[in-house]
Ligand binder design. Structure first.
Ligand code: HEM
Ligand SMILES: C[C@H]1O[C@@H](n2cnc3c(N)ncnc32)[C@H](O)[C@@H]1O
Ligand code: SF4
Length: 346
């Protein structure tokens, strides 16, 4: 039996008020064609609830540009899903925060891609984006809604990551989740902004060390090599990786796409993640259950022994798996080896 997903990121709309250089989405101010209607959105929630009770991350585009976001969130909460909202923060105010709370939203993520307004605004394409996000965070705090910071690491902000961690702690974030740039969507020509593999190794080792120094939760998302590094470091320290020593990170793995996570686009395409533009099926044409359980794409991704190149030979393939989106961006084959890993399997 195929286990249901534990986490679904749902691009409720691709409409957005910012224009970030790296965005995986189309994210324009135009009204997207073929976007799920409110009824279709609710039907999708019904289908998810039929097979499980995952964390549902309502994302975008900018989900707060869609008027029925609260109605859809409420509906999902009532169906027993744990709802989180991913936003750039600029459209939050007192009323919006109250509506999110009333809809049962449990946590909000705010994207911060620079420790200063200059870096963040240049990244996000709109002056005032940083100030808007900080203002949004104040509203969340006043309204008593917990939040986490999501940061995408690129060459531009690599040196600011320690300052972003400090800022996240200072402003009272519950967690800092780091993402590593995937050159896809509008960011597809940003290969030159990806940090080189040795820098990945360095920043992820730094991240491992920080978990011992700070009280907020740190999580490496879209950085599958972290889970190898965690085990290599623990081995050196002479400790076993367990929930007791490494918390939640001990129970999860690098790439979750297709095994316990999937992404659903604004038009209903089901993908392993938002950065991998390969479609398993569309929920307007097939049931979500059928797509999740039976599609070739998801079944390929569940078979770690079919991974190509060095990922297939690696003893860490069970805990890492490489970034399938980066492999696809580099080669056109989503099962190919992760191109940004320096580890040589023995
Ligand atoms: C509860 C609050 C949380 C929020 C607000 C949040 C937010 C996000 C966002 C915004 C994304 C990117 C999705 C996208 O737009 O493509 C994401 C991705 C992801 N998150 Fe979280 N997250 C939360 C909790 C968690 C937890 C508890 C986990 C534990 C497994 C998790 C694991 C992931 C994974 C695996 C991805 C996949 C990224 C991808 O492949 O597209 N998140 N999360
Ligand atoms: C939902 C989160 O995904 C990030 N995000 C958007 N596009 C990309 C990309 N191409 N690569 C990595 N992260 C990305 C956003 O900055 C936000 O923090
Ligand atoms: S990353 Fe988020 S805020 Fe930026 S353009 Fe894309 S959807 Fe909009």
């Amino acid at each position: 039996m195929v286990k249901p997903p534990r986490l679904i990121a749902w691009e409720l709309t691709w409409g957005c008020n910012l224009s970030c250089v790296h965005c995986r989405g189309a994210s324009t101010s135009e009204i997207p064609e073929g976007e799920l209607s409110t009824d279709e959105a609710k039907h999708f929630v019904d289908e998810i609830a039929e097979i499980g009770d995952p964390i549902l991350i309502i994302t975008g585009g900018e989900p707060l540009t869609r008027k029925d976001v609260f109605e859809v969130a409420r509906y999902a909460t009532d169906k027993g899903l744990r709802v989180a909202l991913a936003t750039n923060g600029t459209l939050l105010d007192e009323v919006v925060v109250k509506k999110l709370k009333d809809a049962g939203v449990q946590r909000v993520s705010i994207s911060i891609d620079g420790s200063t307004a200059k870096t963040h605004d240049e990244f996000r394409g709109v002056p005032g984006a940083f100030e808007g996000a900080m203002r949004g965070i104040e509203y969340l705090k006043k309204g008593g809604l917990g939040f986490q910071i999501n940061t995408t690491i690129t060459k531009r902000n690599l040196d600011e990551i320690p300052a972003i961690l400090e800022l996240s702690t200072e402003i009272g974030a519950e967690a800092l989740h780091i993402f590593l740039l995937v050159p896809t969507g509008r960011g597809k020509n940003l290969e030159k902004e990806e940090i080189p593999p040795v820098e990945y190794e360095r920043v992820l080792n730094w991240f491992y060390d920080q978990q011992k120094n700070v009280s907020i939760q740190l999580k490496a998302t879209c950085a599958p090599h972290y889970f190898r590094i965690m085990r290599q470091r623990a081995k050196k320290e002479g400790i076993e990786v367990s929930v007791k020593t490494h918390g939640y990170e001990a129970m999860t793995r690098g790439c979750l796409g297709g095994t316990s996570f999937c992404f659903v686009s604004s038009t209903g395409d089901v993908q392993p993640c938002g950065y991998l533009p390969v479609v398993a099926g569309n929920i307007k044409e097939q049931s979500f259950k059928e797509i999740w359980e039976d599609s070739k794409l998801f079944n390929d991704l569940r078979d770690f022994d079919s991974l190509g190149g060095k990922c297939g030979k690696c003893s860490y393939k069970g805990v890492c798996g490489g970034c399938r989106a980066r492999a696809y961006a580099a080669t056109g084959d989503y099962m190919a080896e992760e191109p940004y890993c320096i580890y040589v399997p023995r």
